[in-house]
Design a binder for this molecule. Structure first.
Ligand SMILES: Cc1ncc(COP(=O)(O)O)c(C=O)c1O
Length: 398
């Protein structure tokens, strides 16, 4: 009886066993991490800068000595107000947002804005509708949604395929707005410049997949909107940059949480905002600032895109990109191989190298490499190296 361990001793022994097992697993994980570096080429949600994740990890349990995480603090606290203010300030500085524009933090993603845009803009001019450039699936969806609230008119010749940006834009004088998507994430079609048109019709842009990947002249736009989860953070928050005179004209049925006027008046705090997503966005924006701002991002993005497009161009036709040269996206590079079976093999090989997210969108197939801000030039070079090696091995057999 006296030799049997007490209950306490039994519990201690059990805990020691568990701790030992966890330690072994952690050691195994560390070993694996040293060898295998994952590269995320996903189209969104997508790669975040490592320093951002590490800072979020450090601050997870105790944000700046408060003893709680950002997820647990009141959205009306002084600390969270500072986060909101910093985030807005960074967007203003990085994009050079003029003082007559408001920066709003909305929810509902890019798709929510497909509804919010007509609901906020159709009422101002008394016009029955908006003009649209449809250059891929996302602008097509936006036009479909806008049709629920008013007329939708195509501002260019219809495109047979989504492989280029249309050159000629014809805007109706009485349109409430001209809408376009600056980067079609699925088709890899990107505008080099905003569409030119000789009217005062406000230009509205979905920049979800190239926001802050390059400088833009905000003064050319009526409204810019972008979901955060590609270039500036994680899903949950959508940035809206809107010219002041376009606010406050929402149609009666516009849900209050989508009303730009209400969001502006309440400092994006009409209701609980996506606090943690805004905090992550602030960290990403700081990382962008430290890495050369929008100009620095552009320089990197040009180099990365050139690396991958060169691997396509120099492949003697083994790889092909359906998009015309002048409209090719720096952010999303879609390409095909000679057969679907080779595409499957390519993706399997990529997965074994821990290159993630390279499968083309289910609606178009093929391969798509997304090269958002956090993807480094060295990541792009590794992908190009794999493309070259794969081609050399398989080219003769097709
Ligand atoms: C250009 C573009 N616009 C809109 C959306 C829709 O965004 P969300 O999923 O946040 O509604 C996406 C999603 O990937 C996108 O790439």
């Amino acid at each position: 009886m006296g030799d049997r361990p007490s209950l306490r001793e039994q519990v201690v022994e059990e805990v020691e066993k568990v701790v030992e097992k966890v330690d072994e697993e952690v050691e195994d994980d560390e070993e694996v991490e040293e060898v295998v570096e994952v590269i995320n080429f996903g189209a969104g949600p997508s790669k975040l800068p490592r320093p951002v994740l590490l800072q979020a990890q450090r601050e997870m349990l105790d944000y700046q000595g408060l003893g709680i995480s950002v997820m647990e603090m009141s959205h009306r606290s002084a600390e969270f107000s500072r986060i909101m203010k910093n985030t807005e300030g960074l967007i203003r500085d990085l994009l050079g947002v003029p003082s007559n524009y408001r920066v709003l933090f909305a929810r509902g993603g890019g798709s929510g804005q497909f509804s919010a845009i007509p609901l906020n803009l159709l009422g101002r001019s008394g016009s029955a509708g908006g003009d649209f450039m449809v250059t891929g699936s996302w602008s097509f969806k936006a036009a479909q949604e806008a049709r629920k609230y008013g007329a939708v008119r195509l501002a260019h010749e219809p495109l047979q395929e989504y492989t280029r940006v249309p050159l000629d834009v014809i805007v109706s004088e009485d349109a409430s707005y001209l809408y376009y998507c600056s980067n079609e994430t699925i088709h890899g079609v990107e505008f080099r410049q905003p569409p030119r048109h000789a009217t005062d019709v406000p230009l509205v842009c979905d920049m979800s997949s190239n926001f802050l990947s390059r400088p833009v002249d905000v003064g050319q736009f009526g409204v810019i909107m972008a979901g955060a989860q590609k270039n500036v953070g994680c899903a949950g928050v959508t940035v809206v940059v809107a010219r002041g005179d376009l606010l406050g004209h929402a149609l009666g049925p516009c849900p209050v949480v989508m009303d730009y006027g209400t969001l502006a008046r309440e400092g994006s705090l009409y209701n609980t905002p996506p606090c943690y997503s805004i905090y992550i966005m602030m960290l990403v924006l700081e990382w962008i600032r430290l890495n050369g701002g929008a100009e620095g991002m552009e320089a990197q993005n040009v180099a990365k895109a050139e690396t991958v497009y060169s691997a396509i161009e120099n492949s003697e036709g083994f790889y092909s990109c359906p998009v015309e040269r002048d409209s090719r996206s720096r952010m999303n590079v879609p390409f095909r191989l000679p057969s679907e079976s080779l595409e499957r093999l390519f993706l399997e090989g990529a997965a074994s190298l821990k290159f993630l997210g390279l499968k083309g969108h289910r609606s178009v197939g093929g391969v798509r490499a997304s090269l958002y801000n956090a993807v480094s030039l060295s990541d792009a070079e590794k992908l190009a190296g794999y493309m070259e090696a794969f081609r050399l091995r398989h080219q003769d057999h097709c």
